[in-house]
Design a protein around this ligand. Structure first.
Ligand SMILES: Nc1ncnc2c1ncn2[C@@H]1O[C@H](COP(=O)(O)OP(=O)(O)OP(=O)(O)O)[C@@H](O)[C@H]1O
Ligand SMILES: [Mg+2]
Length: 242
């Protein structure tokens, strides 16, 4: 399998506060990695390093053998917190279309609009196309942002708790949508449900990174809700060798 991301001996600190230490990770084409870990463990910081929004204090990150900044446009990203300016009269379609924006590009082409429509359909929100963003529920907004990230037609998709404000049914829906996207995916999630939807590996981040390989995703839970503690118990008993 082709290696796409190479994280080597990466450490990161905010001023004097060391957040990540000696992180190593290789991500391959088609990987679908879940990142779990406690609040403040460094998960969001790690995703920002992958996107080049932050720079490692030590070590290096290469994506497609290049510096992160050079390949940023090939990475789709859904941040943990998004502040919408609720006063803006902008429609769902406009927001998704903005995913096609590039530097020095002054107008949208027919192709841009076609791609935006396709993604709206894929995310099952085509009927919301002309609605204003402030009129949507939290779950609907997440889908809009996901559609927007996908209009870039990225090779890699990074999602930071994409289902945090979504009910269990809606979460299931998003996970099954994600599962079928033929991309390399990295998802920060506290939700064990994600395990049953095509995850290939689970990384635990709490300052350092521990990778759980070969997760057994064949067990099933009947009731809808799962929590991170359960996930930790599960992966510890199934695949953690130490
Ligand atoms: N801009 C910042 N300046 C200084 N410290 C920061 C900054 N952003 C985050 N931190 C600190 O870095 C540590 C890691 O934060 P991070 O947001 O990466 O955690 P997380 O694993 O994503 O947590 P959560 O599960 O709550 O989202 C925390 O201790 C946090 O207080
Ligand atoms: Mg976070």
């Amino acid at each position: 399998m082709k290696k796409q991301i190479e994280v080597q001996d990466v450490s990161f600190r905010y001023k004097s506060h060391a957040v990540l230490k000696d992180i190593n990770l290789s991500v391959y084409e088609g990987d679908y990695i879940a990142i779990i870990g406690p609040n403040g463990g460094g998960k969001t910081t790690f995703t920002k390093l992958l996107l080049g929004l932050l720079t490692p204090t030590q070590g290096s990150i290469k994506i497609f053998d290049k510096n992160v900044i050079e390949v940023r446009k090939e990475i789709g990203y859904l941040p943990q917190y998004v502040n919408f300016n609720m006063d803006m009269p902008i429609t769902v379609f406009d927001i998704v279309l903005q995913g096609r924006l590039q530097r020095n590009k002054l107008f949208y082409t027919k192709k841009d609009k076609k791609i935006a429509n396709e993604q709206l359909r894929k995310m099952h929100i085509i009927d919301l196309k002309n609605r204003k963003i402030k009129e949507l529920s939290g779950g609907q907004r997440q889908r809009v942002l996901l559609a927007r990230a996908l209009t870039k037609q990225p090779k890699i998709l990074i999602l930071d708790e994409p289902t945090a404000s979504i009910d269990p049914e809606g979460q299931k829906d998003i996970y099954s949508l994600l599962k079928d996207l033929p991309l390399t995916k990295i998802i920060v999630s506290h939700d064990i449900q994600v395990l049953f939807e095509g995850i290939t590996r689970v990384a635990h981040i709490n300052k350092t990174l521990y990778m759980h390989e070969d997760i057994d995703t064949t067990i099933h839970r009947e009731d809808g809700h799962f929590c991170e503690l359960e996930l930790l118990d599960y992966i510890t008993s199934h695949s953690c060798s130490n």
